[in-house]
Design a protein around this ligand. Sequence first.
Ligand code: KG4
Ligand code: ZN
Length: 352
Amino acid sequence: MSERSFTQRGVDTSPHGLILGIETSCDETAAALVDSDGRVRASIVSSQHDIHRRFGGVVPELASRSHIEQIELVVEEALRVGGGTWSGLGAIGVTQGPGLAGALLVGVCYAKSLAYALRLPLVAVNHLDGHIASAWIDSPQFPIPCVLLVVSGGHTHLYHVDRPGSYHLLGRTLDDAAGEAFDKGSQMLGLGYPGGPAIDKLARTGDPEAIAFPRSIIKKGSLDFSFSGLKTALLYDLRRLDPASLLQRQADLAASYQEAIVDVLVQKAFAAVRRCDVSALAVVGGVSANSRLRAVLEQCSAREGIRLGLPPLGYCTDNAAMIAVAGRLALTQGRQSSWELEANPRFELATQ
Ligand code: KG4
Ligand code: ZN
């Protein structure tokens, strides 16, 4: 499609202009409808977990194929649930990256074609901008400045947000992301994929203090993270156990392993809050669904008098409501994408 061949409609900022969000960056095909005032009318997520489970992780080709099969159904379901019509749409927001190239391509091509056919404005959304927006979906008054922790399958990043959309990187993982540590740990424990929810569930029946797993602090004062040592510690522990003892100790191992991840995330997030002298902390991304992380964050925030922002569970892992909300914000700031839009698997979050 060329930019000259077609004119997009102007952005509809009336209350009737619904934004359709589309997300296909990894293993969830998602579509959502959001009002022009930011209220989520529908958020539909079709998960591919059953497809990838037997491979122990996401198989990129299978992910793309499943997105192709699901995308139209998911969009139609979002329209049905949200009470929208094709002609009632005001704009389309789509995840441009980061993510799997083939998976992103499905969403971007679909969004471009739909925007072209319906003469709608199209806006590209960075997946991380989407996760960040998720903390504000149900709490639009959540304060800025704040510290923001993004914890997902590919990211563990701490930012200082001094005004909306302005992110200063304070620290990041030097190796595995927290979600990756959950997924790899789960694989080693024989709990399968996706690892985070599996460890979260089993850990509820285990003792988090049973095994003293290492907490990687890196060096005094550093806000960077490292989870590869923890993974190795689990591996060595498992090598010492025969299959029967492993089964017996599985819940304690899961609880202690989870505790080591949660402990470091919470310690560093609050160290960042103190360093930046802010009174609010937002935590987003798939790992923010972890029940133990949420509980410890709540306890520490209450103790330290810090306002905590956690997305509702449905907006922690990948979804399109966060993409529609971030897209809406971009449109109101005058950003709009051209027909030349392409998927960008390595799309970096713009930082200061
Ligand atoms: O945000 P997300 O859905 O996708 C990415 O952008 O990466 O995050 C997925 C990650 C996976 O590593 C998954 O294991 C982890 O989030 N996750 C969890 C939980 N639910 C999802 N980790 C810990 N506890 C959970 N309940
Ligand atoms: Zn994500």
